[in-house]
Design a binder for this molecule. Structure first.
Ligand SMILES: [Zn+2]
Ligand SMILES: [Zn+2]
Length: 111
C-alpha cells in the first residue's frame, strides 16, 4: 500500500492537522493525490440519483454546493458541505466536458 500525499497541502493519512485547523474536520481523499480540504473555486460537478446537477466548490473560503436551476440555466448556492460530503459527492463526479458545458450556460445566463 502506498502512502498518499495531497499535492496541494501535503497532508497524509498520518498528518492532517492543517486540514483540521482549516476546515474543523479531517479530510478525505477525493483523488489519489488530492484531499477534500483542497478543492478550489473550480471544484467539480456531480449528478445525484435523480440526475440533478450540483457544483461542489470552494466559495468564500468554505466548501459549498450549488444546484443547477433548470429554468434560469444557472447555479444557485444551496448549502455548505462537510469533508465527508465532498468525498461522497466526488464519487458521482461528471466528466469535465459536461461540467464546462453547464458553466458556459451559467455564464451566458449572467449577461
Ligand atoms: Zn490537501
Ligand atoms: Zn488533510
Amino acid at each position: 500500500m502506498d502512502d498518499q500525499t495531497c499535492r496541494i497541502c501535503g497532508c497524509t493519512d498520518y498528518g492532517c492537522r492543517q486540514c483540521i485547523e482549516k476546515t474543523g474536520e479531517p479530510c478525505c481523499w477525493i483523488e489519489s493525490d488530492l484531499c477534500s480540504a483542497c478543492i478550489d473555486e473550480k471544484g467539480f460537478v456531480f449528478i445525484d440519483s435523480a440526475d440533478r446537477p450540483y457544483w461542489c466548490r470552494m466559495y468564500g473560503n468554505e466548501p459549498w454546493i450549488m444546484y443547477w436551476h433548470i429554468h434560469q440555466k444557472s447555479w444557485v448556492t444551496l448549502r455548505k458541505v462537510t469533508q465527508t460530503d465532498i468525498w461522497k459527492f466526488h464519487e458521482m463526479k461528471v466528466p469535465d466536458e459536461q461540467a464546462d458545458f453547464l458553466h458556459t450556460l451559467h455564464e451566458k445566463s449572467q449577461r
